[in-house]
Ligand binder design. Sequence first.
Ligand code: PNS
Length: 183
Amino acid sequence: MPKVIAIYPGSFDPPTNGHLDLIERGSNIFDELVVAILRNADKAPLFSVNERVGMLKSLTSHYGNVRVDTFDGLTVDYAARVGASSLLRGIRALSDYEYELQMALMNRKLRPELETVFMMPAEKYSYLSSRLVREVAQLGGSVKGLVPELVEENLRGKLDPAYRLGEFREAVEKKKPRTRKRA
Ligand code: PNS
């Protein structure tokens, strides 16, 4: 039997417990699962692609059949490059369905042989998203239990007051009007 390879594409900024739950489920049903981080130059991510690769690699190192990679361009082209026949996506609530359906059908139009497989994360993560984790962490709320400890630590590093003060100072320096020199 040929190996069934699946890709699990996404932004993973940052990886959450919902993502890891899905990786676990995916690793149980596919021979090989490639967690594929989109390199998107348009977005201003909180974590760089390299930071996300590092986090996901250490969070998935105990799976023998999971690897982490990055990609540019169309997901279907990436899937073809790595020989994947399935594309894994998580569906949390009904609200995800419309966007996910659109994407799955567009991907099917582009590459009919690539099958999108939807899986549901554990119920306790059904409200969880990277966007909310970023927002809560940036506003000083606790994200304990929503992201792995490693991600929590890295979020703290990014958003630590000393770090933020440095960023703030830099922004202020850039905005300062030039003082006129006296004649
Ligand atoms: O984690 P996200 O941000 O919901 O992931 C979205 C992702 C990366 C799966 C989607 O934006 C994507 O596939 N982008 C690659 C470009 C592409 O193939 N676009 C057409 C998809 S229908």
